[in-house]
Design a protein. Sequence first.
Lengths: 150, 81
Amino acid sequence: MSGMIDIVYAEYNYWIYVTLMMIGFYAMIAKKNLIKKVIGANIFQTAIFLFYISLADVTGGTAPIIVGHGGEHAEHAADVIYTNPVPHCLILTAIVVAVSTTAVALALIIRIYNEYGSLEEDVILAARRKLQPEFSEHARQKGVAEVSEQ
Amino acid sequence: MIWILDITMLFFLVVCAIAAISIKDLLSAIIILSAYSLIMAIVWVEMHSVDVGFTEAAVGAGITTVLFIATLARTEGRSED
């Protein structure tokens, strides 16, 4: 049991990242509002970034910038421990990708709002069933091909 | 890593995430998401990942908020859930 507590204590960043990921995932699935879904996607993405940055952290390490290169502390340069910079580079790229996907999602949301006049998923789906009967519940039971023939 | 600062910031992170998805007013939700991004940037700088920290502060907390508010200006600011 104390071993379990040690794991929870030593790896608390990972527990927080899983919690944040589940919060974002819940928002993406259960929330009806489209902007809420995008907020959930953002939380999900930053949770994965937190995982990577926690992975790169080294106990007693410092920021990956060369210390004392040719300067007055040059004799200590070999003693310095750095955190791993490779996940930092990956996440720097991923942040930019996250902003691009958010921008595309929000552009689609504006387009959907202009078409259907609502951001609520159930209202949009109901309006869509009215406009295109092949998406109705009746059509789903009979098969889309049969209804569009009529 | 200063563990007491780390735990405090991670706690606020979870609180902000839950508040951002459960609040009904969308403008408030977006501002809370911006605060969430800023706290995340603090956590990263504190974990010696300075480049990612300031990119998140500029892009995550800045540009994303502007994009969300621009969307909100063209749609409606009220959510049913």
